[in-house]
Design a protein around this ligand. Sequence first.
Ligand SMILES: Cc1cc2nc3c(=O)[nH]c(=O)nc-3n(C[C@H](O)[C@H](O)[C@H](O)COP(=O)(O)OP(=O)(O)OC[C@H]3O[C@@H](n4cnc5c(N)ncnc54)[C@H](O)[C@@H]3O)c2cc1C
Length: 411
Amino acid sequence: MKSLYLFRKDLRAGDHPGLEYLIDRQREVILLYVEDPSDRLLKSRGYEVRRGLLSRLDRLLGRKIHFERGDTLSILKGYIEAFGVEEVVLQKQYEPWEVALQEALASLGVGVMMIEDYLLLSPERGLKHDDTLYLVFKAFYDNWRKKISPGSPFTYALGDLRSMKVKEAPVPVAPDPVDYARIDTFFNEDVPRYQDISDEFTREGTARISALINNGGISTRKVLYLGRISDAFIRQLAWREYYTHWIYYYPDAVKEDFRPVAYPWSTNREDFEKWQRGETGYDLVDAAMNQLNREGWIHGRLRMVAASFLIKDLHIDWRWGEAYFHEKLLDADTALNVGNWQWMAGTGALHQPYFRVLSPLAQSARFDPEGVYVRANLEGSHEPMVDHKTSRILFIENFKQAQQAQKNKEA
Ligand SMILES: Cc1cc2nc3c(=O)[nH]c(=O)nc-3n(C[C@H](O)[C@H](O)[C@H](O)COP(=O)(O)OP(=O)(O)OC[C@H]3O[C@@H](n4cnc5c(N)ncnc54)[C@H](O)[C@@H]3O)c2cc1C
């Protein structure tokens, strides 16, 4: 049997059920990666990680992966015809465009084997008894936690992968930007203290593993295994799974409020650009945006501070912020990014109450009292663009009214 393995977000050689399936069944296989211009990640710095991991995997697999650019379905059709492929194997994904591709595979006229491995719990098993999504995180978490298990990662001999020879389509060589040493240190030394240190952005208290997980450079099973001694860490993984389930069941949430609210969002581009450039005049927000622009990374709490400021101080639509974060983050992931932005905006499935507004000054005083982070990341000083107290009150008032208007519309 000739199989084609289409890589998605599963760019690793070990602990890989897709590769294991092919090895076990002794399939003759073509390994393929398609760079599809419709992939949203191509417009993000996150693609640097994707390319780096792909290049690394290609090396580990003896340069056997074929790399093509173009429409995935058309390229698959071409390979199937040219090489007599009888089966396409791939990892199941959950974003709307991935689901559309998976559905379209039926038209290829060959067998399709979908491997469920991206998440610790499939979306079907993450639902309530009435087959609807949990709208309370604790209830989701309790169900999820009961059903997942930190089984140890499995191994197999990669040498047994019987890959077919096809035309030359080499994977471009790219550097792998993941800091593996940093991740090792986290799991060897920091994970027992995660609960106490994870909120502190002045030190490296978290795993910095998101870009690796999101591209499948490591399996979620292995991450759970490595972090199994910390409940607080496991809980974070549950957030990741919740948002991925959510986007699967509510694909429109990528663009639309899950709980619609007719908020009169500002469309002031000048304000938006000041936020992007780190020129708001609020040191913590500006330092965070500078680090984001420079490194493609900021700590989770700083993402909250920056997002809260855009939405609740500048009154700019979460979609603008989501798009900018997506472009800049090395760990860009639509489900997680949208989920967190909607959480902050008060429009998500799970969400922060709209009247809870983060104060950049209070956050600085609490988490960076000596100003260490701000000093390291501030580039110049700016006049505050708004008065936080006034803009906060205005946001709360407007949001209350917009919510009422929405209720009246729906009544
Ligand atoms: C406005 C905003 C936008 C975000 N956009 C993204 C994004 O595009 N991609 C992304 O991977 N994460 C995003 N996050 C979530 C979170 O900030 C990052 O996953 C986390 O900071 C990554 O760092 P870490 O690996 O050191 O996390 P750790 O603290 O070590 O956590 C371990 C893992 O748990 C998951 N996790 C942690 N926090 C969250 C969370 N709030 N929501 C969902 N999963 C979480 C991640 O997979 C993370 O790698 C966003 C958060 C906010 C507030």
